[in-house]
Design a protein around this ligand. Structure first.
Ligand code: MN
Length: 222
């Protein structure tokens, strides 16, 4: 097995009442596990089996055509869900701190305004997809959404190539048991389970990693 389901740092019921245990269990053990299995099957026996998921997603056009769409969908699914789990935790009442808090204020006006723009991106994404807060090599923040399991890393598909700081799954499987058609209620509730310590760490890492390849042309801010 090349790719593996990451360990969850909390129990399935840890995010209740905002995300219910049954949704978490199905989402993790069925949906995410399925993406991992499909990704492994796609790269098995190819030279790509030893690459990281991020490397695959940043080089989709270099992949053999017969596995490209499978890797896009299932590699994207694996990467997106791994990030999603890692930036959530039981409510600790925290928020962005330090430079990130400052950058959010400067870019969007306030944390509440950023949440409002993010929620709009999440709520207006038609069908299945993800909402993102990202940062580029210059430290500029941007909010966007992508379809299906696409993500900002997929620069070969015309995505920005920026580093995601927040990722919100807005596929119906992420909320339908508890919220049915009320996606905006799920989006609002989700802020209660964001692990801002993890988000802050991603922000710090984005400024120390070599991001010189980022070709961000995002213009969406406020
Ligand atoms: Mn999902």
């Amino acid at each position: 097995m090349t790719f593996e389901l990451p360990k969850l740092n909390y129990e399935f019921d840890a995010l209740e009442p905002h995300i219910d245990a049954r949704t978490m269990e199905i989402h993790y053990t069925k949906h995410h596990a399925g993406y991992v299995a499909n990704l492994n099957a796609a790269v098995e026996g190819t030279q790509w089996k030893d690459n990281t998921t991020a490397e695959l997603l940043k080089n989709l056009n270099a992949l053999p055509e017969e596995i490209r769409i499978t890797v896009r969908n299932n590699g994207g699914g694996h990467w997106n869900h791994s990030m999603f789990w890692s930036i959530m935790s039981a409510n600790d009442g925290s928020g962005p701190t330090g430079d990130l808090a400052n950058a959010i204020d400067v870019t969007f006006g306030s944390l509440d305004k950023m949440k409002e723009i993010f929620a709009k991106a999440a709520s207006t994404r038609f069908g299945s997809g993800w909402a993102w807060l990202t940062v580029n090599a210059n430290g500029d923040l941007c909010i966007c959404s992508t379809a299906n399991q696409d993500n900002p890393l997929m620069s070969d598909l015309g995505m920005c190539g920026c580093t995601p700081l927040l990722a919100l799954d807005v596929w119906e499987h992420a909320y339908y048991l508890n919220y049915q058609n009320r996606r905006p209620d799920y989006v609002n509730a989700w802020w209660n389970v964001v692990n801002w310590s993890a988000v802050n760490a991603l922000w710090v890492n984005a400024h120390t990693a070599n991001n010189s390849g980022c070709g961000c042309s995002c213009t969406c801010s406020s």
